[in-house]
Design a protein around this ligand. Structure first.
Ligand SMILES: C[S@@+](CC[C@H](N)C(=O)[O-])C[C@H]1O[C@@H](n2cnc3c(N)ncnc32)[C@H](O)[C@@H]1O
Length: 253
């Protein structure tokens, strides 16, 4: 008897696990050039505050002490730029993303902003990192983990490349837990976001996927369990904006 193919979700669709990455890659190839503009439009600028909260949690040294941060699924470098702006002269960021189009937008922007000596852009899959064990002081991932087909593998890899005493921080859309806000958020997500996405990027389906993938992502308690199962300790999460997003944290001890 043929082995049953493993399946997963791509938004609300059930797809073979092996197909998900290709579908996700198509989404980000299509929206790369307009990705940052869309973030501002969709979140009313709120993504900036959420990312700033992530960067504050990193607790960067202000001195020239070397500090190596890996930003997984780092896309166009938005988190990386905030990190080098906030950190001391010893802060270095590696942006690892599977999508060459997202990375090339980021690399160009790094040169324009004078950050190209501090931020390195590398193509790679979060599920199979090429970095040595215990090589980073901090690993971050913002709005990336729900796009990765095998979340457990990516978490294990993040744990492997972190130094002992290093922190993993993950910003991700979460579950809105304020009744009035939940209904409003639902309406906004399904009626406004795909339309704005279509007007700005010409790709309505990419933004339909985005809102559906948010609904399919595990509840924060369940995701915290996955972080723990990957080996992290002192695992916690902080909901923000009524649960629209949550900042998850774990330590390699
Ligand atoms: C919503 S964007 C987030 C970009 C950036 N972190 C930010 O917050 O602006 C998701 C990113 O995840 C990347 N991605 C998806 N699957 C990946 C994988 N398996 N490994 C690394 N990056 C991946 C996509 O290419 C895309 O750039």
């Amino acid at each position: 008897m043929a082995a049953r193919q493993q399946e997963t979700h791509f938004g609300y669709e059930t797809v073979p696990l092996a197909d998900k990455q290709g579908l996700v890659d198509d989404v980000f190839h299509s929206v790369a050039r307009r990705y940052d503009l869309m973030n501002d439009l969709m979140s009313g600028g709120l993504h900036r505050a959420w990312k700033d909260a992530l960067v504050t949690a990193v607790n960067l040294p202000k001195s020239d002490r070397p500090f190596a941060l890996l930003d997984l699924a780092g896309g166009t470098g938005d988190v990386a730029f905030r990190v080098v702006e906030a950190g001391g002269p010893g802060t270095r960021v590696t942006v690892c993303d599977i999508n060459a189009d997202m990375l090339s937008v980021g690399a160009k922007r790094a040169v324009e902003r004078g950050f190209d000596q501090m931020v390195t852009f590398k193509q790679g899959n979060a599920e199979e990192l090429s970095y040595p064990d215990r090589s980073f002081d901090c690993v971050t991932i913002a709005f990336g983990i729900r796009n990765v087909p095998r979340i457990e593998r990516a978490l294990e890899q993040a744990h492997r490349v972190l130094k002992i005493g290093g922190r993993f921080l993950c910003l991700e859309f979460s579950s809105v837990d304020v009744p009035g806000l939940a209904a409003l958020y639902e309406l906004y997500s399904f009626n406004v976001i795909p339309r704005v996405g279509e007007a700005v990027t010409g790709d309505r389906e990419a933004y339909q996927y985005l809102v559906e993938s948010i609904r399919k992502f595990p509840k924060p308690q369940a995701f915290a369990k996955l972080i723990e199962q990957a080996g992290f300790r002192r695992v916690s999460f902080t909901p923000m904006t009524g649960g629209v997003v949550a900042l998850h944290s774990g330590w390699r001890l």
